[in-house]
Design a protein around this ligand. Structure first.
Ligand code: PNS
Length: 167
């Protein structure tokens, strides 16, 4: 892989992007030449935000990371391994918040490796400050009018409030 840019793909639903995601992104992006935050069109979950909104909100947050220049945000459709290949990457980066994530992440890494043996998943443990943050809990707190300080940015919190006031 000499003289070739090392690209990592960080896939997820990002519905919406949280401080947990951003913590992983900031630490992981430093280890690669190119770091692509890949927003999945096809996820098992029903999303609150449309794919275009999830991409826009992720871009909004990434633009704030002035000192990190190698991050891109891209949507992808279909199988993750096909997107990874199309980006010339072989590394899939994922965060690991705790034991409850373990089974799911392991299974996904096995499946992706089976589908594309050249890909390797690297799991990044969440830090103590962010390991309890999930997009689903953030959405529930927003839906029930709770405070989102320390979980998502004010812009994302405002988007969530707006979205739930429309329902
Ligand atoms: O943030 P999430 O919801 O845990 O991310 C899951 C995601 C989007 C990475 C996963 O559902 C995915 O890779 N979807 C694309 C379709 C695919 O490749 N599925 C097979 C892998 S199990």
């Amino acid at each position: 892989m000499k003289n070739q840019l090392k690209t990592a793909i960080y896939p997820g639903s990002f519905d919406p992007i949280t401080f947990g995601h951003l913590d992983i992104i900031k630490r992981a992006a430093k280890l690669f030449d190119r770091f692509v935050v890949a927003v999945a069109h096809d996820t098992k979950k029903t999303t609150l935000f449309h794919i275009d909104e999830r991409v826009r909100l992720a871009q909004l947050e990434i633009q704030k990371l002035h000192d990190i220049k190698n991050i891109e945000v891209k949507p992808f459709q279909g199988l993750l391994v096909n997107f990874v290949k199309s980006e010339g990457a072989s590394v899939i980066a994922r965060g690991l918040r705790g034991v409850s994530d373990f089974e799911y992440e392991f299974q996904m890494s096995y499946i992706n490796h089976k589908l594309a043996p050249n890909t390797t998943t690297i799991l990044f443990p969440a830090t103590a400050n962010t390991h309890y943050i999930s997009s689903s809990s953030v959405k529930e707190i927003a839906r029930l009018n709770g405070r989102l300080d320390g979980l998502v940015s004010t812009e994302i919190a405002d988007e969530l409030k707006r979205r739930f006031s429309e329902v």
